[in-house]
Ligand binder design. Structure first.
Ligand code: ARG
Length: 468
């Protein structure tokens, strides 16, 4: 794509009627958004085509002019898509670039397109349609990732691994359960994008500059043509509102936070100290100096994406706070942040999906780690409560003494002898060994949402139905 260097001496042909002089080059540089809002070209043209059709249907312009406009706009779009379009900084933004080219192509009728419209409702429309598409893309990306996590969960529904709190071994859990935890998170993210999409799906077109218009426009018609549920109900709010972008960024930031947590686990799990998973070569890189290394770069970069995505949310909040109604040029600073955040999010979702789909969980390493760190101590305490009718607090204390004894002897809980056990508490019987194994431990946690393979399989079934 080529940019012309503008002629700063002549006044802007779109709004320069009252201007004797053109803008200073620095003014032009700070004012122009075409460098980035060209990404809205398709939405801009779709919106203008719907607007022109409505202007003709309501008799505001002739059918003939509307036809010329609508056809001409398609030509502009094809020029943009094929990279032939010469974007002009002097024409500030995508809206004026498109309209100016339309005038070159079809002449006078082009001048009627902007009837009953302003760039303020135009940009609100274009941006909203762009964000709406991105919400759909995020939902699709999240669903793909959820399906991949489900496949991992299904493959290892009953594999045991340590569950952690404080990154200290807590209780054994199943691999399937751990994978499903992320399915739940990403499902909430998906719902957040869905909610935001529903709320943003009102059409700004027709709010005009800020007050509506005296022309007999049909806002229902343009709303329907552009896939909106209804037109927005207050013209001032419409051109002043960027909630839809903030909600998108908020949903993106929470998703990025979840991705970051999963990425962090993959970084830890793929280390030589853990060896819980092996990442594929396709999603790893090597070191230029240490030949043995395989680095989880994709995971690390996903872990980092939250920085720019959350940054975009904070930036847009900061731009919007304190702006008086209705439109202010500050709002032109909304787009780059959202573009970057959306690009980062889609890339992170795709990379995570690829990484999770490729990765191999190391069943043996998971199981070996599951029993370490006295992970079945809670099972032992629960056994004391059930078998000996001991109050839980006392059982906790007795178990603590048994852990201390095992630690002193340098063995795990199942390796203590019955005599060792009895030395701490008389009443303990042989039966206790039945609960000290990690498989028994996880199998016993059958409460709804618990880690038992039976529960995990039920949840996998539910999610598979839901994601069909
Ligand atoms: N380029 C502007 C933006 O991105 C479009 C709206 C301009 N409106 C105006 N009254 N100057 O926000």
């Amino acid at each position: 794509m080529s940019d012309d260097t503008s002629d700063a001496k002549s006044a802007n042909t779109m709004w320069g009627g009252r201007f004797a002089e053109g803008p200073d080059a620095i003014m032009e540089a700070i004012n122009a958004s075409i460098g980035f809002d060209r990404r809205l070209a398709q939405q801009d043209i779709e919106g203008s085509r719907a607007h022109a059709a409505m202007l003709a249907a309501t008799g505001i312009i002739t059918d003939k002019d509307a036809e010329a406009i609508r056809e001409g706009l398609l030509t502009v779009l094809s020029e943009i898509e094929s990279g032939k379009f010469a974007f002009s900084t002097a024409l500030e933004d995508i809206h004026m670039n498109v309209e100016a080219r339309l005038r070159e192509l079809i002449g006078a009728p082009a001048g009627r397109l902007h009837t009953a419209r302003s760039r303020n409702d135009q940009v609100a429309l274009d941006f909203r349609m762009w964000v709406r598409e991105q919400a759909d893309a995020a939902i699709a990306g999240l669903e793909a990732l959820m399906k991949t996590l489900l496949a991992q969960a299904e493959a290892g529904a009953d594999w045991v691994m340590p569950g952690f709190t404080h990154l200290q071994v807590a209780q054994p859990v199943t691999w399937g359960h751990h994978m499903l935890a992320y399915v739940e998170m990403f499902a909430r993210d998906r719902a957040r994008f869905g909610d935001a999409r529903k709320r943003m799906n009102e059409c700004p077109l027709g709010a005009a500059a800020l007050a509506g218009t005296s022309f007999p426009i049909d806002r229902q018609m343009t709303a329907e043509a552009l896939g909106f549920d209804r037109p927005t109900a207050n013209s001032l709010d419409t051109v002043a509102d960027r909630d839809f972008a903030l909600e998108f960024l908020a949903a993106a930031a929470i998703t990025a936070m979840h991705l970051s947590r999963l990425a962090e686990e993959l970084v830890i799990w793929s280390s030589a100290q853990f060896r819980f998973v092996t990442l594929s070569d396709r999603f790893s890189t090597g070191s230029s100096i240490m030949p043995q290394k395989k680095n989880p770069d994709a995971a690390e970069l996903i872990r980092a994406k939250i920085g720019r995505i959350l940054g975009a949310l904070v930036a847009l909040f900061t731009v919007m706070k304190g702006l008086p109604l209705a439109y202010s040029k500050d709002m032109q600073e909304d787009k780059e942040q959202v573009f970057d955040a959306a690009d980062s999010l889609m890339l992170a979702l795709a990379a995570m999906e690829g990484m999770v789909s490729d990765m191999n969980a190391n069943r043996e390493a998971l199981e070996a780690a599951a029993g370490a760190g006295f992970s079945t101590a809670t099972d032992l305490a629960d056994w004391l409560v059930r078998a000996l009718n001991m109050p839980f607090r006392e059982a906790h204390h007795v178990t603590g003494a048994l852990v201390a004894l095992a630690e002193k002897k340098g063995v795990d809980l199942p390796d203590l002898t019955l005599d060792d056990m009895k030395s701490v508490h008389e009443g303990i019987t042989e039966d206790v060994f039945g609960v000290l194994g990690v498989h028994n431990s996880v199998a016993s946690r059958t409460s709804y949402g618990g880690t038992a393979p039976t529960q995990v399989r039920a949840q996998i079934k539910r999610w598979k139905e839901a994601l069909k």
